[in-house]
Structures are given as C-alpha cells and as structure tokens.
Design a protein around this ligand. Structure first.
Ligand SMILES: N[C@@H](CCC(=O)N[C@@H](CS)C(=O)NCC(=O)O)C(=O)O
Length: 216
C-alpha cells in the first residue's frame, strides 16, 4: 500500500507512458490512469489543460498527491524508485547499475525521441517516408543495444533482475514491430523481450489492455 496518491496521465500506445505503467505495476503501486488522447481532435496534449500539466505537451505526466506534476518517464521512474525502493529497478553492483541506466538512456535519448509522433509528422510533412525513417533509427539503436546486451544479459538485459533497462526495452520492441523492423539480427533482445512479456506486471501494463486501447 502506497502512502502517496498517483495519477498517471498517459496514452495507451505511448511508449514512455508504458514505461511508467511498468514501474508502477512492478512496484505493486495503485494508481489512477487518466488517458490523454494524442491523436483525437488534433491531440489533447496540445490543449490548455494538458499544457498546464506539461509545457512540453507530451505524456506521461505523473501527478503525486494531487499537486506535483512530474514529466519525463525516467525521472518519474527514479522518483518511484526512491519512494519505493523494494523491489528495486536497479541492480546492486555499481557497474551493473550503470549498464541498466546506459541501456535505458540508449533507448530514451538515442531512439525514442527520433521516432516519436511529432518527429514522424514533421518527416511526413516534408515529403519524407515516416516508416523508412522509423526503421532506420530503430534498427541502428537496437543494433547497438544488442551488441552491449550480449555481454550483460542473463534472464533479462542486465543479469537476472528486471531493471529500468527492461522497462525501456519492451515498449521499444513493440514500436520496432510497428515499423516493420527486421528483428532477426537482435536475438538477445528478442529473447529477453519474450521472457519479460510473460511477467504479470508486463501483461498488466501492455497497451492492448489499457482502458483507452483502440483496435489495431
Ligand atoms: N522523454 C520523454 C518523451 C515523452 C514523449 O515522447 N511522449 C510522446 C508519447 S511516447 C508524446 O507525448 N507525444 C506527443 C506528440 O508528439 O505530440 C519521456 O521519457 O517521458
């Protein structure tokens, strides 16, 4: 039972919102899930109500105890880790912790922002091919991650504990499939993603079972 009240403003298919849902479920925390529709009516993220929560006009936003809106999924996950350290989403050894953070950032800073809705729309509006762009940036990032994970992975990306790296991996693999990326060069990532997807917290956080999910 949490001493804090959590409200998550997110979108079923947003990979960053998915990361926060995963952290909340892995830590067994109760939260209210409030959908912000990123597409309908031009995008609710651009409206005054959501802009007041996050001037970046993005999800996720976690509101803590009704008055602290926090954006940026990794900052939110770090807050949850500090407030609820058990179970930890970081390995014990400092080097392993660095790897978990490294992989999370590789996805958070090196892949996801290059293929988010905003960037894809701009690519398209300038005559580019959004699918080809998405495939290129996702494949490049996953290739780097595969090369690293081969050396640290056991059951999951870093050893045999679920970490923040795994939280970032699963939504990114889902996006890779949406872009039609060939995953055969990434056997480690595919195997870890498969194992993670069977865990109850990962099943509960999946976009398809969210209240705002739409048929695909
Ligand atoms: N670095 C941010 C990224 C947030 C982000 O890219 N959110 C996307 C959904 S995954 C969004 O709200 N997009 C709305 C838009 O592009 O208009 C985080 O980790 O929270």
């Amino acid at each position: 039972m949490s001493a804090h009240r959590y409200t998550l403003y997110g979108y079923w298919r947003s990979s960053s919102s998915w990361r926060v849902r995963l952290a909340l479920h892995l830590k067994g925390l109760v939260f209210e899930n409030v959908p912000v529709h990123l597409v309908r009516a031009g995008g609710e993220q651009f409206g005054a109500t959501h802009t007041a929560r996050n001037a970046m006009q993005q999800v996720p936003v976690l509101v803590v105890d009704g008055h602290h809106p926090i954006s940026q999924s990794l900052a939110i996950i770090e807050l949850l880790e500090e407030l609820h350290p058990d179970p930890s989403l970081l390995p014990e050894r400092p080097i392993s912790r660095a790897h978990a953070r490294e992989y999370a950032e590789l996805i958070n800073a090196g892949i996801q922002p290059l293929q988010n809705l905003d960037v894809l729309s701009k690519i398209e509006s300038q005559g580019g091919d959004r699918m080809a762009w998405g495939q290129r940036v996702v494949s490049k990032g996953l290739a780097a991650l595969e090369e690293k994970a081969v050396r640290t992975s056991e059951e999951y990306l870093v050893g045999d504990q679920v970490t923040v790296a795994d939280i970032c991996l699963v939504p990114q693999m889902y996006n890779a499939r949406r872009f039609g990326v060939d995953l055969s060069p990434f056997p480690t990532l595919v195997a870890v993603d498969g194992r993670l997807s069977k865990l109850p917290a990962f099943e509960r956080a999946h976009p398809s079972v969210q209240p705002d999910a739409q048929p695909v």
